[in-house]
Design a protein around this ligand. Structure first.
Ligand code: FNR
Ligand code: LAC
Length: 382
C-alpha cells in the first residue's frame, strides 16, 4: 500500500496553500531570520491555538442562493478596498527580501488592499510611501521613551500619506521568545530600523547590566527604547499631535474594548500579536467573540482581528464573528521570502480565492451577508 506523505513543494509556483508557502520559506530563510519570524512566546501555546481555534468553529452554509456574482469589497474607516484581507504590521521585511517593505507595499497596492507599516520597518516610511503612493496605508506606532522623537514620527507618517495611526498596546516589553534567544537574534549589518535615527539608537537609556539577561537584539531594543509607562492617557497625547484616525492593536478584553470605544478610538485590532507576547492567552478569533458582543451598541468603532489566519474559511469565520477585516502576519513574510513582491501577491491571491469559494458555498454574495448565523461554535459538552 502507498504511504501518503506530506507534500512539500520544491518551487514557489507549485504551492497551493499558505502552509506550503510556509514550508518553502522555512527552507529559504537563515536560522537568524526564521527564528525571529516564526517564534512565539514561551511554550508557543497561543501560537498553536491561533490556528487550532478555527477547527472548533464550524460553517453553517445557506443553500439555493444565486452566487453567480460575488463582491468581496469592503469599507475600512470609510475607504473602499477590494477584500477584507489586509497586511498586519511586522518589523524588518528586509530579512526576507532585498527590497523589504517596498515589495510588500507594491503588492498591497496592486491588489488594492490595506498595508500597515511597522515603526520597526527596514525601509524608511517616506520611501515606502513613495513606492505605494496612492494605495491605502496605515502606520503602526511604538511609543518610544523619547516622546519628542515619537511625536515627530507621527507627523512624518501623516505627511507621507498614511491614513491612520495604529497604536500597539500589548508590548510594554517584548515577549520572551526562546527561539530568538537560542540563535542570539541580531540584525545583519546591512539592515537597520530605518525610521529610528542613529542618535535615538545610540543613546542608551538603561545600562548594559540591565539588558544582559536576554541575548535577542530586538528584546533589548524594546527594553532600552520603548516606553513601558504607556497608559490610557496616551490617546489624548496622540490626538494632540495628529488628526488621523486612531486604532488600538492588541486589545484582548471586552472591558478594554468598551473603554476604547468610549474614548472615541476609531478601531481596534483584536490580537495576541501572533502568540509572540503573552503565552497562554486565548486565540485571536476566540478573543473576538466577547469583544464583538460588548461593542454591539457602539456604532463608531470598527473591529478587526489577526492571528493564525491561513485559510479563506478562517477569514470568513472572523467576519461572521464580527470583524470588519482580518490581517495576515507571517504568511506575508513567508511569501516575501519565497519571491518578494510576487510572493506577497500570490499569498494574498491564494487565500482570497479560498474566501471566494467559501462565500459561494455558504451562500453569501457580499461581505455584509456574512453574519453570525453563518458559524456554529463546537460544543464541548453534549
Ligand atoms: C509581528 N507583529 C508586529 N506587530 C506590531 O504591532 N508591530 C510590529 O512591529 C510587529 N512585528 C512583527 C514581526 C514579526 C516577525 C511577526 C511574525 C509579527 C505582530 C503582527 O502584526 C500580527 O499581530 C501577527 O503576526 C498576526 O499573527 P499571524 O498572522 O502571524 O499568525
Ligand atoms: C515583534 C515586535 C517587533 O513581534 O512587534 O517582533
Amino acid at each position: 500500500m502507498k504511504t501518503f506523505v506530506k507534500y512539500t513543494p520544491q518551487k514557489f509556483d507549485e504551492c497551493v496553500n499558505l502552509h506550503e508557502v510556509e514550508q518553502l520559506a522555512i527552507n529559504k530563510l537563515t536560522d537568524n531570520s526564521l527564528s525571529y519570524y516564526y517564534s512565539g512566546a514561551g511554550d508557543e501555546e497561543t501560537l498553536k491555538e491561533n490556528k487550532d481555534a478555527f477547527r472548533r468553529i464550524h460553517l453553517n452554509p445557506r443553500v439555493l442562493v444565486d452566487v453567480s456574482h460575488i463582491d468581496t469589497s469592503c469599507n475600512i474607516l470609510g475607504q473602499k478596498i477590494s477584500m477584507p484581507i489586509c497586511i498586519a504590521p511586522s518589523a524588518l521585511h528586509k530579512l526576507a527580501s532585498e527590497k523589504g517593505e517596498n515589495d510588500t507595499a507594491s503588492a498591497a497596492h496592486k491588489l488594492n488592499t490595506l498595508m500597515i507599516l511597522s515603526t520597526l520597518s527596514s525601509v524608511k516610511l517616506e520611501d515606502v510611501a513613495e513606492s505605494n503612493k496612492t494605495g491605502l496605508r496605515w502606520f503602526q506606532l511604538y511609543v518610544l521613551k523619547d516622546r519628542e522623537f515619537t511625536a515627530n514620527i507621527i507627523k512624518r507618517a501623516q505627511k507621507s500619506g498614511f491614513k491612520a495611526i495604529v497604536l500597539t498596546v500589548d508590548a510594554p516589553i517584548l515577549g520572551s521568545r526562546e527561539r530568538d534567544q537560542r540563535v542570539k537574534f541580531s540584525l545583519p549589518k546591512e539592515i537597520s530600523y530605518e525610521n529610528l535615527t542613529q542618535t535615538v539608537l545610540d543613546s542608551k537609556q538603561i545600562t548594559q547590566e540591565e539588558i544582559k539577561h536576554s541575548s535577542s537584539q530586538i528584546f533589548n531594543l524594546f527594553l532600552d527604547k520603548m516606553d513601558p509607562s504607556l497608559n490610557w492617557e496616551v490617546i489624548k497625547w496622540i490626538r494632540s499631535i495628529t488628526t488621523l484616525p486612531l486604532i488600538l492593536k492588541g486589545v484582548h478584553r471586552a472591558d478594554d474594548a468598551v473603554l476604547a470605544a468610549e474614548m472615541g478610538v476609531n478601531g481596534i485590532i483584536v490580537s495576541n500579536h501572533g502568540g509572540r507576547q503573552l503565552d497562554t492567552v486565548l486565540s485571536g478569533v476566540e478573543l473576538l467573540i466577547p469583544i464583538a458582543q460588548a461593542l454591539k451598541k457602539y456604532r463608531n468603532i470598527e473591529i478587526y482581528v489577526d492571528g493564525g489566519i491561513r485559510r479563506g474559511t478562517d477569514v470568513f469565520k472572523c467576519l461572521a464573528l464580527g470583524a470588519k477585516a482580518v490581517f495576515l502576519g507571517r504568511p506575508i513574510l513567508y511569501g516575501l521570502a519565497c519571491e518578494g513582491e510576487n510572493g506577497v501577491r500570490r499569498v494574498i491571491e491564494i487565500i482570497y480565492k479560498e474566501l471566494v469559494i467559501c462565500m459561494k458555498l455558504c451562500g453569501c454574495r457580499k461581505v455584509s451577508e456574512i453574519g453570525r448565523d453563518m458559524v456554529i461554535l463546537k460544543r464541548t459538552k453534549f
